[in-house]
Design a protein around this ligand. Structure first.
Ligand code: URA
Length: 434
């Protein structure tokens, strides 16, 4: 078999066999197929798609590129969650400890930033020492001991996704249903959870721009999870504006910490409560939505979720002083509050443009392996539907370079649109798919 032949067959819209897919995934993971051939293949998949059978085979080949964990000797039942990617999406930082604090083990492998969308691994790495490369043995031992793991892909766990994910990020091949489904579900299957909650984003700051496109992705994800014998629920949520106020790694971590202390923005907190409630139902901790919502709210209010987060950071080698006193977290040198150019109702706050502004500040990657500046980002002060007063701060830019700060300011000003008449707030969630 030849990589070139497999690329040509996908280019010519042929259906690849399981053997061809396995050959390609194995070859790329082992370094036998170079980046330029993998990039060409990814683009062929992006343009020509895959059948349901090909997506399943690709997912399995990626999941089996490293160890596949059997968690049964660690915990009787584990739940996981995954977001398809968004701007200001720090949900896992709150929801994972919240659900674990309710007694449902959470075993989660999480990703790095992709394009303009942020990644939980990068946010966690704002904490000095926090390890995101746990070995399979460490993963299971920690899950058994404290009921929660938040780690990244590694040479041992889904290495195929680690490589393909980074290559997609820099080859304009992110927004593809077969590639998103295989990337997400390979991680979910390899880490062995019994049930999975998927937060599928729709809007400018998501890879799927409309709730209808997001529903197509959600259905493909749920189908694949069910084929693999997992319980799966997908929520379709809004990503037309950033979630919460903070966008940027350390800034988002601070916002998650505030939320774990019952502060933080209302939209973000409400989003976390709904996602946690779904996970509690999947884990059997609550019989219906109302009981699950109450359990999630009470656990957040009790401080138990915060204590579980501290336990998690400590277990993964992070310096807990940085989360106990978030002023120690990386801080940008330049802080610029930008006044609103006019009064009016906020009609739009483009999530993708906000993500690009943060990318421009150095908070994301332009090419594979780029370092990330954890300190930079943007805090927005108004959400869609709110009444803005001229000259009050509209947003604040956190930068380490003056030219980058000015470029991000211009981009953020253009991302805001206003209306003289009241504007309806977008819903937090559109649909639930089972
Ligand atoms: N999250 C992932 O893990 N992979 C994708 O492709 C998109 C979002």
């Amino acid at each position: 078999m030849e990589a070139l032949e497999i690329i040509a067959r996908k280019r010519d819209r042929k259906e690849l066999s399981r053997e061809e897919i396995e050959f390609f995934v194995r070859g790329y993971t082992q370094g036998l197929i170079p980046d330029y051939q993998a990039a060409a293949w990814l683009m062929a998949v992006y343009l020509n798609g895959m059948t349901e059978r090909e997506i399943y085979d690709l997912t399995m080949a990626m999941a089996c590129s490293g160890d596949v964990l059997d968690l049964k000797d660690a915990v009787p039942f584990a739940v996981d969650k995954h977001s398809t990617g968004g701007v200001g999406d720090k949900v896992s930082l709150v929801v994972a400890p919240l659900v674990a604090a309710c007694g449902i083990p959470v075993a989660k492998m999480t990703g790095r930033s992709l394009g303009f969308s942020g990644g939980t691994v990068d946010k966690l790495e704002s904490i000095p020492g926090y390890r995101t490369d746990l070995s399979p043995e460490e993963f299971k031992a920690q899950l058994k001991r404290i009921g929660i793991v938040l780690t990244g892909q590694s040479a041992a766990l889904v290495p195929a996704d680690q490589k393909l994910y980074a290559l997609r990020d820099v080859t304009a091949t992110v927004e593809s249903i077969p590639l998103i489904v295989s990337s997400i579900m390979s991680k979910k299957l390899a880490t062995g959870s019994d049930a999975i909650l998927l937060d599928v984003k729709a809007g400018s700051g998501a890879f799927m721009k409309t709730p209808e496109e997001a529903e197509e992705l959600a259905r493909a994800l749920v189908r694949l999870g069910n084929q693999a014998g997992r319980k799966v629920v997908a929520l379709i949520s809004d990503m037309s504006q950033p979630l919460g106020w903070a966008v940027g790694n350390a800034l988002e971590l601070r916002e998650a910490i505030n939320t774990l202390h019952e502060g933080g923005p209302a939209d973000f907190r409400d989003h976390c409560i709904v996602v946690a409630a779904e996970m509690l139902m999947l884990g059997g901790a609550a019989g219906d939505t109302s009981a699950a919502l109450t359990m999630a709210m009470e656990t957040l209010a009790s401080g138990a979720a915060w204590h579980k987060f501290v336990e998690l950071v400590e277990a993964q080698g992070g310096d807990v002083r940085y989360i106990e006193d978030p002023d120690l977290l990386p801080r940008a040198r330049l802080v610029k509050p930008v006044p609103a150019p006019r009064s009016g109702y906020l009609a739009g706050l483009d999530a993708a443009e906000t993500g690009r502004a943060v990318l421009e500040l150095g908070g994301g990657r332009r090419k594979k392996g780029d370092p990330i500046d954890h300190s930079v980002g943007v805090i927005v002060h108004y959400k869609v539907g709110e009444l803005v007063q001229k000259d009050t701060p509209l947003f604040t830019v956190y930068a380490n370079d003056r030219a980058q700060m000015e470029a991000a300011t211009e981009r953020m000003l253009a991302a805001h649109t206003f209306s003289d008449t009241p504007v309806q707030r977008p819903p937090l969630f559109y649909r639930r798919i089972t």
